[in-house]
Write a protein of this length. Structure first.
Length: 402
C-alpha cells in the first residue's frame, strides 16, 4: 500500500530515456534528504554511483545498472536509504578491495528490497551497520574459482540485521556473517553456491530459521560463535568428501530444533562443540547422520528421528561426554514388553564398522558386505571397540511426530 502511494505521488525526481534527467548521478546531486529518485526502465552505465544522503532510490520495470566489470556499482554512505526494484549487474573485481553490486558502509537503517543482483563479485555487502534490512532480492553469480568469487549477502561487523526471502546462487557463500550480533536470517533459498550456503564466523546471539540450503559445495558452517538458534531449516544434497549439511566448529550454547537433514555426506559434523541441544530434527538418508568428535562435550541429542542413514552416529574417541535420549532409531532391534513406547534395552548407535571407517576411511569399500554385517553382529553381542557409554537408554519404538 505504501509503494502504491509513492507511485501516485507527483513529487520526486524521475530519471529515464526521454525525460529531463537521463543520468542517475544528476538526480542524486539535485535530490534533497528525504527525496525519492525514480529510475525508469532502461540501461544505465554510469560507473560507480555513490549515495551520500538519506534518499529513496526506486526502479520502475527493473532498470539495468551495468558496471561493465570495471567498478563497484552502488555505494551507500548514508543512513535511512531505501534501494528497491533495480537490476544491478557486472561489478568489477580487485584483489585488494571487495567490490560489490550494492555496498553499505558505516550506515544504519538501510533497506535493500526486491532487487536483482547479477554477476557481481559480491552481491550485497554491509560493513559496520546497524538495523539494516536485506529482503526479497535475487542474487546470482557465475561460479568461478573460490579465490575469485565473493558472497551473495555479506555482513561484517553488523548488529540487528534482517536477511529474509532472498534467493542466492552461484556465489562463494550464499550468506556470510562475520562479527554479526542480534540478527535474523529467515525464509531464504541458498543453493548451488561454490562453498557454503550460509557461513557464520564470530557471530553471536543470532537466529536463522525457515531457510533452504541445498546443493551447496560444503553445506552450512557455523564457527567460533555462541548462542545461535538454528530452527526449521532444510539442509540437503550437500555431497562430497568435505561436505556437510551443518558443520559446527568451536560453537557453544546453541539450539538446533526441528530441522531436516537429508541426502548429505554428513548431516551434522561437530568439532569443539559444547552445550548444544539438538532436538526434534529429522535425519534422513545421509551418509553419516551425526559425526561427533571427541572434542565435543555437554551436548544433548534428544527426540530426533533417524531414518535410512548409512551411519547414525560416528566418533573418533572412546570418552563419551554427550547425552543421547529418547530418539527414534530405525536400526533399533529391541523390544517393549511394558508397551510404554520406549525400548526396554538401550540402543548403541555407533557400529563397529563406523569405528573402523573413522580410523581407516578406505574401509568404506566394504560397505554392505557380508563381512561388515558379521562384524556388527559380533560387536552387539560382545562390545569391545565401540564407545560403551555412547548409548540411548530410552529409544522410542515409533517415529516421533515432528
Amino acid at each position: 500500500m505504501l509503494f502504491t502511494h509513492w507511485l501516485t505521488a507527483a513529487d520526486g525526481w524521475h530519471v529515464g530515456p526521454g525525460r529531463t534527467l537521463t543520468n542517475i548521478h544528476q538526480a542524486l546531486e539535485q535530490a534533497q534528504p528525504g527525496d525519492t529518485v525514480w529510475v525508469h526502465e532502461g540501461y544505465y552505465s554510469e560507473g560507480n554511483i555513490s549515495i551520500n544522503k538519506p534518499i529513496t532510490l526506486i526502479g520502475l520495470g527493473y532498470p539495468v545498472l551495468d558496471g561493465q566489470h570495471n567498478c563497484e556499482i552502488l555505494t551507500i554512505n548514508a543512513s535511512d536509504v531505501l534501494i528497491q526494484g533495480l537490476e544491478i549487474r557486472n561489478s568489477g573485481q580487485l584483489s585488494m578491495i571487495d567490490l560489490a553490486g550494492i555496498k553499505v558502509l558505516s550506515s544504519d537503517r538501510v533497506r535493500i528490497i526486491g532487487n536483482r543482483v547479477l554477476d557481481c563479485t559480491y552481491g550485497i555487502y554491509l560493513s559496520n551497520t546497524n538495523d539494516c534490512l536485506v529482503s526479497r532480492n535475487w542474487v546470482s553469480g557465475i561460479i568461478k574459482e573460490e579465490q575469485n568469487s565473493g558472497n551473495g549477502v555479506h555482513l561484517w561487523k553488523c548488529a540487528r540485521a534482517i536477511v529474509e526471502e532472498n534467493h542466492l546462487t552461484g556465489q562463494r557463500d550464499g550468506i556470510y556473517f562475520e562479527f554479526v550480533t542480534d540478527s535474523e536470517i529467515r525464509y531464504n533459498h541458498s543453493e548451488y553456491n561454490l562453498r557454503y550456503g550460509l557461513h557464520f564466523m564470530f557471530s553471536h546471539n543470532d537466529h536463522y530459521h525457515h531457510n533452504r540450503f541445498h546443493h551447496n559445495g560444503a553445506g552450512v558452517a557455523v564457527m567460533y560463535s555462541r548462542q545461535v538458534k538454528m530452527t526449521e531449516n532444510e539442509f540437503g544434497y550437500n555431497w562430497g568428501s568435505s561436505a556437510y549439511g551443518l558443520l559446527l566448529k568451536d560453537i557453544s550454547d546453541s539450539h538446533i530444533w526441528k530441522n531436516v537433514f537429508e541426502h548429505n555426506s554428513a548431516g551434522v559434523y561437530m568439532e569443539g562443540a559444547s552445550r548444544i541441544i539438538l532436538e526434534q530434527n529429522m535425519f534422513r538418508e545421509n551418509g553419516w547422520a551425526l559425526r561427533v568428535q571427541a572434542s565435543c562435550d555437554a551436548n544433548i541429542v534428544r527426540q530426533n528421528n533417524f531414518f535410512g542413514n548409512s551411519f547414525d552416529v560416528s566418533t573418533n574417541g572412546s570418552l563419551v561426554l554427550n547425552t543421547f535420549d529418547s530418539n527414534y532409531w530405525d536400526r533399533y532391534e529391541g523390544y517393549d514388553l511394558d508397551h510404554d513406547g520406549v525400548g526396554d534395552v538401550p540402543f548403541r548407535p555407533v557400529s563397529l564398522y563406523a569405528v573402523v571407517v573413522e580410523r581407516m576411511p578406505f574401509g568404506l569399500m566394504l560397505m554392505r558386505s557380508f563381512m561388515v554385517y558379521l562384524l556388527d553382529k559380533a560387536e552387539k553381542i560382545i562390545p569391545s571397540l565401540t564407545p560403551e557409554m555412547l548409548k540411548d537408554d530410552k529409544p522410542v519404538m515409533k517415529p516421533l511426530l515432528l
